[in-house]
Design a protein around this ligand. Sequence first.
Ligand SMILES: *Cc1c(COP(=O)(O)O)cnc(C)c1O
Length: 396
Amino acid sequence: MRIPLLDFGRIAPDEKGELESAFRRVLESGHFILGEEVAAFERECADFLGVAHAIGVSSGTDALLLSLESLEIGPGDEVICPSYTFFATAGSIARTGAKPVFADCCPGCWNLPPQEVRRKLTAKTRAIIPVHLFGQPATMTNLLAVGQEAGLAVIEDAAQAFGASSDGQKVGGRGLLGCFSFFPTKNLGALGDAGLIATQDGALAERIRALRVHGSRVKYRHEWIGGNFRIDALQAAFLRARLPRVEAALEMRRRNAALYEEAFRASGIAALSPEPCRCQGEERVAPKVTSPLLLPRNDRGEHTWNQYVVRYPTDRDGLRRFLSEEGVQTEVYYPLPLHQQPCFLDKGREVDELPVAELLARESLALPIFPGLSPGEIQRVVDLIVRFVSQKGNEA
Ligand SMILES: *Cc1c(COP(=O)(O)O)cnc(C)c1O
């Protein structure tokens, strides 16, 4: 039995039918870039997210880049972001000419802690980009407070957390700008590349709409230097077909996370990761845990479990190889933290030590959790891990 990290083929027949009719609708309209389909998609996303404006763009990466450009962030500026995230978060900052300043992550929830942001503030800091990592909301209330105190823009990288919420609000709608990706592995996946920017700010929304088409509001008159950041009508139509099902898909992810936790706890080899979340400022000492496998916690808000990431300090790579031989696909998010990436090292910058990011890069392993995964498959993944971990334990 092969268990993939994500099986794109497992689309319910009725959903397939809806995707096909979306394709036919666009084909027959003859309108393939922006237009009615995109406008309708943007309205539906704005409603879903509870924001005034949603702007469809070409990818999550482009959503980040466009957000930074709309704030005229560039050379001489600094932007604080976590080191333990997908490359695009920091890559977008660097592409504007600004300097990404890497912060360590919280040992509990693995998100950007407000006190780490405070430590990294300088006179050049213009913005902070918290990431709702693996689908779990960062502590927006506290991060927004730091942003407000220091006069900084808060741009949410919500690429992995479409539909997640905290304090009764959807993520991506609380910062000045919120960036989403519809890459096929994300909570809401297109059949190709697509992204979205959410904001309550009408003036910024207007500027972003212009920057999306080479900085022009009136054809062939360019007020700013923008680019081609357009979303295809076809992707917008596919996403419209899928949006009404996204809550059900998130429920399945939550169910799968609960099944993993239950099965792992019953196995006796695993316990919830003991380090408390430090994002609210409290400094509690982690209780001693002797279990070899550490499970992810839900510290805040409505987690969407875009990834289910366990830690196995003893031999993560060995476990991964074993699972691969048994037909179970896993992934390491992320094997090299961004502050250690070659492209950020050779600029003569001092290399920080960010111990939590470095630890997670060594120990973490993402297991399959996509909505179509069956309880039997989850049990098989757990059984295989128990077998490997017990064997390792006996060897030791
Ligand atoms: C996927 C992802 C992005 C980039 O989105 P693309 O649509 O692939 O460009 C940015 N940030 C994070 C945290 C992501 O996971």
